[in-house]
Design a protein around this ligand. Structure first.
Ligand SMILES: *Cc1c(COP(=O)(O)O)cnc(C)c1O
Length: 480
């Protein structure tokens, strides 16, 4: 069904109204009295039904996790169970005001206290701050803590080591926190290249930032050796926990030797994100680093919960308590699953990824021919020889009713197509996706025109994305 949906401004007619407010008898200030040249806002003039139909029709065009499979790699776009929304909406949570007294906030503080303990258990850390509003915010928080830690010890360390497979937020956070970024090569198996790493290690290194499993979807096989090398040089290890969905209950960053971690609650613990919605990126610390956590922390004394400051706190990184209702959702998800349930989430995430990998590895080329964790990276190198690129394949999937996977990331894989099915998809959905990918591979081989220029069956076809980014049209001009 493809028909053009007009702009809301094109739907109405002059003078048409949704609601008719009673005449305003209080207005005494005329715009003429204001010193500025009055410019009245141009608003759509529509009836309630016009308005409703317009937005309802637009809403039906959304790709969402509740209508379509979303095999987006690296960012764990999993289903958000509805029970999370039920608890987040409970009046005792939703209508709290952060300026209420500590006594009034006891329930909220208890939830945060329990969430912190659960995160410590899952990550093998001593304490967590729940303040950071996203993973990237957590990265910066942790690096500011690392800075404060080395300042405190009187050491001047300026470098952050980051593998070339890392998410772009890692180098950005390092720069924002005032460090120099040093890129470390990956080897042919997708691990950190140990020889390259050794050449970069010296007493200027503050921290190595590592995602494990990495954005290539593989577990770092040399993590024990890596943490030994970094720690021997007096540096710290930072764990980017965006891929925790692969390892919950099986492997803990604390046990791997990481000193600092962030966890994206909106990814692993299923709170809505992707449309720029609120997230939460709690940061965990171990040992001496706990003293540098942001304020406030929450402590329990004699059954009461209260705010406290770490000894050398770096201060606040977010107003109040972070995105509190995101914390409620994540806590609900943990309690609804329980420890065994969370383990089984990871098991199914890994099983689903490897099932798809095995179905697709003949038709496409695997970037790293290894068992995957929760996601894997294909390359469209072979299809490219026929003129079909990763972008065309991603767009063609839309015609089959699947959201496009992440493409051209990680940057080190040519024509990358990154697939993360997550644990919530059924065997039938995975098979349907595999069949679509295989059909596209056959078309790319025998009839590339079928794939080029896709999507064709959607309300909008191939968009000029570069044009849209370079010359955005952000203003609606009323036709004269
Ligand atoms: C999503 C992601 C981040 C950034 O997290 P945000 O919550 O989006 O700020 C960092 N690293 C990796 C590997 C990611 O997938």
């Amino acid at each position: 069904m493809t028909f053009a949906e007009p702009l809301i401004f094109e739907v109405g007619a002059p003078g048409r109204r949704c609601v008719q407010p009673p005449p305003d008898e209080t207005a005494e200030i005329s715009l003429d009295d204001l010193a500025v040249e009055p410019t009245l806002p141009v608003l759509p003039e529509v009836s309630e039904l016009d308005l409703l139909r317009h937005f309802t029709r637009l809403s039906h065009r959304n790709f969402s996790i509740e209508t379509h499979f979303y095999p987006l790699g690296s960012c764990t776009m999993k289903y958000n169970p509805k029970i999370n929304e039920r608890t987040a909406r409970m009046s005792g949570f939703a209508h709290l005001h952060p300026y209420q007294s500590e006594a009034d906030l006891q329930g909220a503080l208890e939830l945060m206290y329990e969430l912190e303990r659960a995160l410590c258990a899952i990550a093998g850390m001593d304490r967590f701050t729940l303040q950071p509003a996203a993973g990237a915010h957590g990265e910066m928080t942790a690096l500011l803590m690392a800075r404060a830690y080395f300042d405190h010890k009187g050491e001047r360390r300026t470098k952050i080591l980051i593998p070339d497979s890392a998410h772009g937020t890692n180098p950005s956070s390092a720069r924002l926190a005032g460090f120099k970024v040093v890129q470390v090569k990956s080897d042919a198996r997708g691990n950190v290249d140990l020889e390259a790493l050794k050449t970069h290690i010296d007493n200027e290194v503050a921290c190595l930032m590592l995602t494990n499993p990495s954005t290539l979807g593989v577990f770092e096989e040399n993590i024990v050796e890596i943490q030994r090398l970094i720690h021997e040089a007096g540096g710290l290890l930072y764990y980017d926990g965006a891929n925790l969905n692969a390892t919950m209950g099986y492997a803990r960053p604390g046990d791997m030797g990481f000193d600092l971690v962030h966890i994206n609650l909106h990814k692993t613990f299923s709170t809505p994100h992707g449309g720029g919605g609120p997230g939460a990126g709690p940061v965990g610390a171990r040992g001496e680093l706990v003293d540098f956590l942001p304020s406030p922390l929450i402590e329990k004394n004699d059954g009461a919960f209260r705010f406290a400051d770490a000894k050398h706190s770096i201060g606040r990184v977010r107003s109040f308590f972070g995105n509190f209702l995101i914390l409620v959702r994540a806590y609900t998800y943990m309690r609804a699953h329980g420890p065994e349930g969370l383990k089984s989430v990871s098991e199914h995430a890994v099983l689903n990824a490897n099932y798809l990998l095995s179905r697709l590895k003949e038709a496409y080329t695997l970037a790293y021919d290894r068992r995957a964790m929760h996601e894997f990276v294909l390359t469209a190198k072979r299809q490219k020889e026929k003129g079909v690129r990763a972008l065309d394949i991603a767009k063609k999937l839309l015609d089959y009713g699947f959201h496009a996977p992440t493409v051209y990331f990680p940057l080190i894989v040519e024509e990358a197509i990154m697939v993360e099915p997550t644990e919530t998809e059924s065997r039938q959905t995975l098979d349907a996706f595999a069949e679509a990918m295989l059909a596209i591979a056959r078309d790319a081989e025998s009839d590339p025109q079928q794939v080029l220029g896709a999507p064709r069956g959607l309300p909008v076809t191939r968009l000029d994305e570069v044009g849209a980014a370079r010359n955005p049209v952000l203003r609606w001009e009323t036709p004269s």
